[in-house]
Design a protein around this ligand. Structure first.
Ligand SMILES: [Zn+2]
Length: 268
């Protein structure tokens, strides 16, 4: 499931490849990903437009069109963006082409595809990302939050700390994997009550959250490029804790499978 760092990497990829190019044609091999619009309506909304820039809010990505409208992209599960030259010759790329849900063709013989292998990604045309966030009850983006704002949110939460981090209404962008990483780095058990951490604990958690998200983005979310002290590359039951060597455990927390080190993250 793409989380904030994954979507930030997608954002940078789109920024580097697909901005300021005129869209001349649209293909929709799979209209299941479209929300509130038909393939024809999507084509009408984007044809003769270019993508001016992008904005990320949690796990959502928005691309602004010349018209002033925005494409809202939600990558969910295995979706990702790919930019390629037409016709496709490269084997690596064309193997995935059958999972393209929408393709936008530019006037330079290149195309941008929203690829969605499990058909769970979503595309929508909207007029305002701020209103979209409000309608979807999205809390502030986890990387845009100040330390004071975070401390205030955390002080008001009686939930377990994993559940709090993953609550998109409180803060947007963190899911199952990165909440595990943040809690591992903070040496906190996922079920520890958030408001029991007190202010110093909340401020420390904020700084670790930022470090983890930034490090993951720097590593382009490739586990092999993540720091040695990260849980993510070792996120498997029985593997040694990268800090103390104890066997990692899989538990259920916040209704999800969570990976913890039972020595570093003792039960509250
Ligand atoms: Zn450990």
């Amino acid at each position: 499931m793409p989380e904030l760092p994954d979507v930030e990497v997608f954002k940078r990829y789109i920024d580097a490849t697909s901005l300021k190019k005129k869209i001349v044609r649209v293909e929709v091999p799979d209209s299941k990903v479209l929300v509130d619009c038909s393939a024809g309506e999507l084509a009408d909304a984007v044809r003769d437009n270019s993508l001016l820039g992008t904005r990320r809010w949690g796990k959502h990505l928005f691309a602004e069109l010349d018209s002033g409208n925005w494409l809202a992209l939600h990558f969910r599960m295995t979706s990702y963006p790919r930019y390629f030259k037409m016709p496709e010759g490269d084997e690596e790329d064309s193997r995935d082409a059958r999972y393209d849900a929408v393709r936008f063709f530019f006037d330079n013989d290149y195309a941008f595809a929203f690829n969605s292998r499990r058909k769970l990604g979503r595309i929508q045309v909207i007029d305002d990302p701020d209103r979209f966030a409000e309608e979807h009850d999205l809390g502030p983006d986890a990387l845009s939050l100040s330390e004071d704002q975070f401390a205030e949110l955390a002080a008001g939460s009686r939930a377990g700390v994993k559940s709090m981090l993953m609550n998109q209404k409180l803060l947007s962008g963190i899911g199952n994997e990165y909440s595990d990483e943040i809690l591992f780095q903070a040496k906190l058990h996922p079920e520890k009550k958030t408001n029991r951490l007190h202010e110093a604990g909340h401020r420390k958690l904020y700084r670790i959250m930022n470090e983890v998200l930034e490090e993951a983005i720097n590593a382009k979310v490739d586990p092999e490029k993540m720091p040695d002290h990260f849980l993510t590359p070792n996120r498997q039951e029985g593997k040694p804790c990268p800090r103390c060597g104890s066997a990692l455990e899989k538990i259920t927390a916040a209704g999800r499978s969570a990976y913890i080190c039972p020595s570093c993250q003792p039960e509250p």
